[in-house]
Ligand binder design. Structure first.
Ligand code: UDP
Length: 239
């Protein structure tokens, strides 16, 4: 399939930090990072241009530290630094698989990565490089989900994929309710009204305002992300 025939020629994939921790629940599990990077490589192999936003929940979650008494802003900066650690780990694994990548950070740290400059990011993507956007939005009180949607809009991505450990968006929490059903498709509005915890409200609002489709899928099902990019039915489509 050529890039022109792809339903979504440019995608932004959001990987949560937790996904990188595997069963350990904390830090990085090399085996898991390797497997997730294989999924990213299969997307790149479809010919799509790919941006990645990686969370930091496997290292620091700002809101949790704040609950324990830490200043929220400082805790959030720690969280953003966590996303940089994850981005460097993913960059290393992707490059070993032969993928040309750039890490761009929303907080300057030029010894280790480029600062995020939108025009430069576009240029990297046009030349076929995979861009890993790190340090979230660069602002405390935001999430990497919001960063993912923000970057997706800025790089003119056709789709945001939220790679999770569940199949998609359910009518209820499938872990608590056996009768929970998977939505094949759902509107932004319904996600917002039902307060389904797909993405935070800021991220969903940004998707809605910019007509950016979102697919929520299970990243542990091999081939799912690539299938979504080709336009096959996987997970839940929010639009
Ligand atoms: N964070 C932030 N601003 C951003 C993105 C992230 O302050 O724009 C902080 C926040 O503390 C958050 C942490 O970084 O808890 C890790 O990001 P997130 O929780 O979104 O990661 P994920 O849940 O996807 O692993």
């Amino acid at each position: 399939m050529t890039k022109k025939e792809l339903k979504y020629p440019r995608v932004l994939i959001k990987l949560s930090g937790e996904a990188l921790a595997g069963d350990k629940g904390f830090g990085l599990d090399h085996e898991t990072v390797n497997r997730l990077c294989d999924e990213v490589v299969s997307v790149i192999n479809t010919g799509a241009s790919v941006g990645l936003v990686i969370g930091g929940g496997n290292i620091v979650r700002g809101s949790l530290l704040a609950k324990m008494g830490m200043d929220r802003v400082a805790a959030d900066y720690m969280g953003m630094l966590g996303t940089v650690i994850n981005a460097l780990a993913v960059q290393d694994v992707l490059e070993k698989k032969g993928i040309e990548t750039r890490v761009m950070t929303a907080i300057r740290m030029e010894e280790l990565a480029e600062p995020y400059i939108r025009r430069r990011a576009m240029r990297h993507l046009e030349t076929g490089r995979t861009v890993i956007f790190a340090a979230g939005t660069g602002n405390p009180y935001f999430s990497t989900d919001t960063a993912a949607v923000l970057r997706a809009i800025q790089i003119k991505a056709n789709l945001v994929i939220k790679a999770t450990s569940v199949e998609g968006v359910y009518t209820a929490d499938p872990k608590k309710d056996k009768n929970a059903k998977l939505h094949e498709e759902i509107s932004y509005r319904d996600v917002m009204m039902a307060e389904l915890k797909v993405m935070d409200q800021t991220a969903i609002t940004l998707c809605k305002e910019n007509n950016l489709p979102l697919i929520v899928l299970n990243v542990h099902k091999s081939g799912s992300i690539a299938a979504a990019v080709r336009g096959e039915r996987v997970g839940t489509l929010v639009q």
